[in-house]
Ligand binder design. Structure first.
Ligand code: MEV
Length: 442
């Protein structure tokens, strides 16, 4: 039976666990054993994880895999990926190898500007507000200097602040719309701190601005927050080769494969039901690297999907064409990433992942992540337009089904060999395990 509790966060970790298991579990010993099974023996490492969030009771593992052979702008990478979906790393590795032999991936950072906004309400004359904004703008920047000076030393900082009139949408609604360059930091804390400082200065100075009436002086700040929509923090990834060099799979000609592939992309460009799944496949690659490198995958997801709908209709992030016998497949995608700050200097596996990637700058990481997304999309479309997705997917999923049935190492070996030649389906695996065990018992 559920019940509420006061002061839960003040309890010790073991008191929290006691309360949880006693409130929600019939087999309290088993629940405790499972939670503790995932604790790390290294107490300092465990404490580090405990302190990432509030009310930690255990660690939630995801596998960290690697996909080697990614040739990006003529440099080879092994890409770390944290993900639970069976086929993703295998698909990335396959696509990497395929393109390594065809010139690799070409990438380019198009822009790196990030946005933050102070949302406020003002019901007076717009011209007086504009006059006030122009007068106060240098002060907004100056008062934020304690926050911006280190970033400025490295070449980043506030790019601009604009006053935006949003009264068409909501009566009295305006914004300070600010743009930032945050270099190797994702920049959320930097941007939010600047915005809160702008809001403070803006409100305070309005109170003593003579041209405002008594009512106009009382500007109402609603909130100050960065935007995870980053259409001007954009990276491009591309692969191309002669159509005739496309196909290794002799069941379909290179021309037919190229045409079907382009058709599949065209469908995702016009059909939102397909576009969402198509883009989900891209995010399989993107999120896995974003997570492995300690970045905020929710921010990336939100920004990417907003970008996919920027023309008023949700559409494919990637594009493909055949022109003059050349197949080209590419994607432009917004990615606000950091390689300093946040988890990047804290989580040992994140530090290791960044070292594996040769300590990339944020710009380099944008390119690597975009490539992981494009590779994943290529692998998915290649399967979808040739063998179908289930063949490869179920092969990778086989081990999960075997583990569900607690298969022994010998059973796994026998059945993996058997399913090299037979189609994997859940029921086929269940039947095969049953038969094997029956044979063994007789
Ligand atoms: C599965 O996680 C991803 C795919 O559905 C992507 C796609 O359909 O393009 C295979």
């Amino acid at each position: 039976m559920s019940k509420s509790i006061a002061g839960f966060s003040k309890l010790s970790k073991s008191e929290k666990i006691d309360w949880i298991v006693e409130t929600y579990f019939s087999n309290t010993d088993n629940a405790k054993r499972i939670l503790k099974q995932y604790w790390n023996d290294d107490e300092i490492l465990q404490q580090l994880h405990d302190e990432f969030i509030e009310n930690t009771i255990s660690n939630y593992y995801l596998p960290l895999g690697v996909a080697p052979n990614f040739l990006i702008n003529d440099k080879l990478y092994t890409i770390p990926m944290a993900i639970e979906e069976s086929s993703v790393v295998a698909a990335a590795s396959k696509a990497a190898k395929f393109w390594m032999n065809r010139g690799g991936f070409k990438t380019q950072v198009i822009s790196t500007t990030k946005i933050g906004q102070v949302h406020f309400m003002y019901y007076g004359h717009v011209e007086t507000l504009k006059t006030f904004f122009n007068y106060i703008k240098p002060k907004l920047i100056e008062h934020a200097t304690p926050i911006t000076k280190n970033m400025e030393k490295r070449g980043g900082g506030i790019i601009d602040i604009e006053l935006r009139d949003k009264t068409q949408d909501i009566k009295g609604y305006y914004q300070l719309h600010a743009s930032f360059e945050t270099l190797d930091a994702m920049g959320a804390n930097f941007i939010n701190s600047c915005l809160e400082e702008f809001a403070k200065t803006f409100k305070k100075e309005a109170l003593v601005f003579d041209a405002f009436s008594a009512e106009e002086k009382n500007i109402q700040i609603v909130m100050s927050i960065l935007s995870n929509y980053v259409p001007d923090c954009l990276v491009r990834a591309e692969v191309s080769c002669k159509v005739e060099d496309l196909n290794e799979d002799k069941t379909i000609s290179s021309e037919e494969f190229a045409n079907k592939f382009v058709q599949a992309v065209n469908i995702a460009e016009v059909e939102p039901y397909r576009a969402v799944t198509h883009n989900k496949g891209i995010m399989n690659g993107i999120d896995a690297v974003v997570l492995a490198t300690g970045n905020d995958f929710r921010a990336v997801e939100a920004g990417v999907h907003a970008y996919a709908s920027r023309n008023g209709k949700y559409s494919s992030l990637s594009h493909a064409k055949v022109e003059n016998g050349i197949f080209t497949f590419w994607m432009e995608i917004p990615l606000a990433l950091g390689t300093v700050g946040g988890l990047t200097g804290l989580h040992p596996l994140v530090k290791l992942s960044l070292e594996l990637l040769h300590h990339p700058s944020a710009k380099e990481l944008m390119q690597i992540v975009a490539v992981a997304g494009l590779a994943q999309n290529f692998a998915a479309l290649r399967s979808l337009t040739t063998t179908g997705i289930q063949e490869g997917h179920m092969k990778m999923h086989l081990m999960n089904i075997l583990n569900q049935f607690e298969a022994t190492p010998i059973e796994k070996e026998t059945l993996t060999a058997y399913f090299k030649k037979n189609t994997v389906s859940h029921s086929a695996v269940v039947d095969a395990i049953k038969n094997l065990r029956l044979k063994h018992n007789n």
